[in-house]
Design a protein around this ligand. Sequence first.
Ligand SMILES: CC(=O)N[C@H]1[C@@H](OP(=O)(O)OP(=O)(O)OC[C@H]2O[C@@H](n3ccc(=O)[nH]c3=O)[C@H](O)[C@@H]2O)O[C@H](CO)[C@@H](O)[C@@H]1O
Ligand SMILES: C=C(OP(=O)(O)O)C(=O)O
Length: 421
Amino acid sequence: MDKIVVTGNGPLKGEIAISGAKNTCLKLMTAALLSDEPLTLTNVPRLSDIGTLSELLESLGCEVALLNGGNVMVLSAGKITNRKADYEMVRKLRASFNVLGPLVAREGEATVSLPGGCAIGARKVDLHLMALEKLGAEITLDEGYVHCSAPNGLTGAVIEFPFVTVGGTENAITAATLAKGTTVIKNAAREPDTVDLCKCLSAMGAKISGAGTSEITIEGVDRLHGATHEVIADRIELGTFMIAPAIAGGEVELIGGRRDLVDAFCKKLEATGVVVTETDRGLKVSHNGDRLKPVDVETEPFPGFPTDLQAQMMAALCLADGTSKLHETIFENRFMHAPELIRMGAKIDVHGGHATVTGVKQMNGAPVMATDLRASVSLILAGLAAEGETTVGRVYHLDRGYERIEEKLSGIGALIKRVSA
Ligand SMILES: CC(=O)N[C@H]1[C@@H](OP(=O)(O)OP(=O)(O)OC[C@H]2O[C@@H](n3ccc(=O)[nH]c3=O)[C@H](O)[C@@H]2O)O[C@H](CO)[C@@H](O)[C@@H]1O
Ligand SMILES: C=C(OP(=O)(O)O)C(=O)O
């Protein structure tokens, strides 16, 4: 199994091109199931999660072709040959539960394995099912599978979520595109991923208004057609690489980065003393290497501080000059990076959804273990500023969501390599 070895070596300088967003691209891929014409996605990130979802889509009869070294994907669901998404595939990837909306909308029937919990929390799907029931689907649960049936098609309805669910909003949107009549989604997710999905669906002929606000309206249409859509920049990869010069010092330009994708995060980073500037090509982050100022962070749905950047921010705050408090409000078990950071010399006290981080002057390299995607990258970031060598194990978590991370970080002067153990 591969490991990543990072050696702290001072300030970083250069530029990193931001890839297409994993969490967006996965949902865009499920949209291909809504049309019998091809959907072409450009700016596709080369990640293991993309490969896993491709396999699932292929098992349903959707052809997936990669062009231009994998950067362009053509998805052709001329005919759905199988309406059942198997446990073995769905369990590997939560986003795969989002084939449910498109399948039932187009085929009037679908059976999809429950995704189950994952390391960061229980991650229920009751609200996805509530939304589909509102649209008239009949739902039964049997042996770990959700069976969803609407033989006469779905019908538009008002769906009000009690709290923001990104995946639930997206399943509701895709299902509603082919429903009869109007659907109004209240308390909808405002994430850029959801907005980009709506943009792609609109290019396919869907009638959607209000994307990016808490109320999204969808007028159902009879059919969707093919389209070409460019995947939006990955705001989580962007935020992750913005932390690199913050933690190790230096100046790095993130090509393709946009402040509006990570504004709440930028504000917290700026409060630590880091300088963020918008440039013609993206965002530039500079830090003189002084100790960061402590800040308090609470994760929230967009436009708040993203849960997917909490681990990386914690890594930076481990070296701040003072005490920071982090409150994780989205997932109940998303501090698994804390014990590993503690192995590197950090002082962190976790109590439920809260963590108190008392900054230390220096962290030290250590063998550490990745427990989930964002936890893994927080250990690499900490390694960039630590004294000595940090070896991160179980890097398959990292490969789910970061394209060529060693290459990108080496390009700004980091000492990082992948070794086969
Ligand atoms: C609001 C939020 O930040 N969502 C994040 C979540 O999206 P993802 O779509 O995976 O999760 P949701 O947004 O649906 O979940 C938000 C919260 O609602 C709960 N829930 C959700 C659906 C449901 O049917 N019932 C239910 O109780 C979840 O357990 C969680 O506590 O993880 C992704 C990957 O890390 C992030 O990119 C998203 O930004
Ligand atoms: C947790 C993440 O992904 P997933 O929802 O696929 O588990 C993530 O992108 O940080």
